[in-house]
Write a protein that binds this ligand. Structure first.
Ligand code: ZN
Length: 304
């Protein structure tokens, strides 16, 4: 079996993770976490979101975060979620290097999440994307509920393809397939990734799994086997989805790194550095997070 030498990990805990926390985490702590993630070697971080402050109060301090972080090392890319033209304009004012846009493959989830139909969301991308490119900002897309939706059930490849094609029409060529509700299984992941990669060879694919049913790492393994080398995860496994009651966080970054490093697959990230970020988050939130490896002390890093 062929394995890649290196995979890129994008940390999404500060955006996807924190957005479902009711109690506001101060901007100072968020900036401290961002700096700690960068020190741990994370080179791609989804830092915040430019959605309406009333929609997600936790992320209403996007400007404060991106201004407050100051200079970041070469090679580190901070990105932010953008929901509409107004959000895009806010993002451009901060000079963030990359934005991401989300459209759900599930009509029901898209309406619950952004109060728009899938086709309205895809239409909006055609306005948002040129604004980003015009401002020299990179744009990538994410297909939410690509592997299943709790409201709509099975999601077929055709529904995912509609969103992928809409993103391509808007000039977006890096696309994350997101298992928002943790419904995907390894065989499905392998098949969907293989079929999409064959159908849209111009796209760079990334994968994003919530570990709601415990299949996150298994899904990642088959995703890597299908050729994907960009993976998204969240420090401590923090997270959920505001539109999906009971949804849990992403695959924990430290558990993912432990698996990859054990397999001889390199990342840019230091496991102990991530464990420190998880401890900071746990102290801030006042509770334990789902990640396993961070709780194993010195045994955690014996392979890294
Ligand atoms: Zn997610």
């Amino acid at each position: 079996m062929q394995w890649p030498d290196y995979v890129k990990i994008r940390e999404v805990g500060l955006r996807d993770g924190l957005q479902s926390e009711d109690r506001f985490v101060s901007s100072e702590v968020k900036i401290k976490l961002l700096r700690a993630l960068i020190r741990a070697g994370v080179s791609a971080i989804e830092a915040t979101s430019f959605v309406h402050p009333r929609a997600i109060p936790q992320l209403s301090d996007a400007e404060v975060i991106l201004d407050g972080i100051g200079d970041i090392p070469n090679g580190v890319v901070l990105s932010a979620l953008v929901g509409n033209v107004m959000g895009m304009q806010r993002a451009l004012n901060t000079g963030v290097r990359e934005v991401m846009v989300v459209v759900s493959a599930s009509e029901a989830h898209n309406r619950a999440n952004v109060k728009m139909s899938v086709s309205q969301s895809l239409q909006a991308l055609k306005e948002i994307s040129p604004l980003a490119s015009g401002g020299g900002t990179g744009v990538r897309g994410a297909v939410a509920t690509a592997f299943g939706c709790p409201d709509q059930g099975k999601i077929d490849r055709g529904q995912v393809s509609v969103v992928v094609e809409g993103m391509l029409e808007a000039g977006i060529k890096e696309i994350t397939l997101a298992d928002t509700a943790g419904l995907g299984h390894p065989r499905q992941v392998y098949t969907l990734v293989k079929e999409l990669a064959a159908g849209y060879p111009e796209v760079t694919w990334a994968l994003h799994f919530h570990d709601t049913r415990g299949l996150g790492l298994a899904n990642i393994i088959t995703g890597i086997q299908a050729g994907v080398t960009i993976l998204e995860s969240s420090v401590g496994g923090i997270g959920g989805c505001p539109a999906i009651p009971g949804a849990t966080g992403n695959v924990p970054t430290e558990d993912l790194i432990f698996m990859l490093h054990s397999m001889g697959i390199k990342t840019s990230i230091d496991l102990e550095g991530i464990a420190r970020c998880t401890r900071l988050l746990e102290e801030t939130l006042g509770r334990s997070l789902p990640a396993r490896v961070s709780h194993l002390g010195c045994k955690a890093s014996y392979t890294s």
